[in-house]
Design a protein around this ligand. Structure first.
Ligand SMILES: NC(=O)c1ccc[n+]([C@@H]2O[C@H](COP(=O)([O-])OP(=O)(O)OC[C@H]3O[C@@H](n4cnc5c(N)ncnc54)[C@H](O)[C@@H]3O)[C@@H](O)[C@H]2O)c1
Length: 268
């Protein structure tokens, strides 16, 4: 039986590599990245290219039933201009491709850095946006674009504000927003398959002690995390009590929030 094919962008990156084997168990994958990629499963398809180019995005989406969009520029000290092609143009190019190719599921990898400047305490269900830099700001665009294409063109969207998807939990801040590959895969499957999905914002977090995010929308969609951050401490785990503002303990967004904001535009 032919497996349904999805597009996984940013497949060469950290989260892409974590998710590939888990998604492969469920879907046929088309993998896309600007960085080199190699096939692992017998039915993997590979596209190397820049998704900010609408022609690349169109070719990548064609024939798929859904897009898991991880690709983007991820860093604390990036300028607005650095983010323009990877985090604005590429999102729009993919959503336009979905619209014209009849692909009606779009999972957008957003980030907790969209609320990173909040104080480090549990947030309400629908916190005020507080991006902690130009990277977090670009996620606000991606979320809004996903919502716009959902309402205008019926592309069902799941916006996943990922907490921290490292293989293990390195410190007490990340323990409050960590997610396992298995739980993130469960959320993505909800985004690709839930029959009642319109456009929702959920948090990509596992069971976390003193969690920053209540994640009620994910619960309503049937999300039941299987993993607990407290069971996945990395060697040398640094507890919250041992952390200072210089370690990123002062904000939800950690060191991204503590870093110096670069000028938005290139200096001439
Ligand atoms: N890693 C985390 O814990 C975490 C936390 C919050 C959110 N996220 C989100 O998850 C996604 C993946 O994060 P990651 O940690 O794997 O990042 P990463 O930097 O390791 O991977 C991103 C990948 O996207 C590719 N890419 C960038 N621009 C591209 C373009 N224009 N066309 C094609 N490919 C392009 C890069 O080559 C890279 O392989 C990002 O959108 C990020 O914002 C990750």
């Amino acid at each position: 039986m032919n497996r349904k094919r999805i597009l996984l962008t940013g497949a060469a990156g950290r989260v892409g590599r974590l998710l590939r084997p888990l998604l492969q168990a469920r879907y046929a994958l088309r993998l896309c990245d600007v960085a080199p990629l190699s096939a692992v499963a017998h039915d993997d398809e590979i596209i190397c290219g820049d998704l900010a180019d609408p022609a690349v995005a169109t070719g990548a989406v064609a024939g798929t039933i859904g897009v898991v969009h991880l690709a983007g520029l991820v860093a604390p000290a990036v300028s607005f201009e650095d983010t323009l092609a990877p985090n604005y143009r590429a999102v729009l190019a993919l959503l336009e491709a979905c619209r014209h190719q009849g692909c009606d599921r779009f999972i957008f990898a957003s980030s907790h850095h969209i609320v990173g400047l909040h104080a480090p305490a549990p947030l309400p269900d629908d916190p005020t946006l507080a991006p902690d830099g130009f990277y977090g700001l670009s996620k606000a665009f991606g979320e809004a674009a996903t919502a716009m294409y959902a309402r205008r063109f019926g592309i069902r969207g799941l916006i996943v504000r990922i907490g921290n998807a490292d293989p293990a939990v390195v410190d007490g801040r990340r323990e409050r927003l960590w997610v396992s590959g298995r739980d993130l895969t469960q959320l993505i499957a909800i985004g690709l398959e839930h029959p009642g999905l319109g456009c929702e914002i959920v948090y990509g977090t596992s069971n976390c002690p003193d969690a920053f995010f209540p994640n009620s929308a994910a619960q309503r969609l049937g999300y039941r995390p299987q993993d607990s951050a407290a069971d996945h401490h990395a060697p040398g785990f640094r507890p919250l009590q041992a952390m200072t503002a210089a370690d990123g303990a002062g904000h939800v967004g950690g060191l991204f929030a503590a870093s110096v904001l670069p000028p938005p535009f290139a200096r001439t």
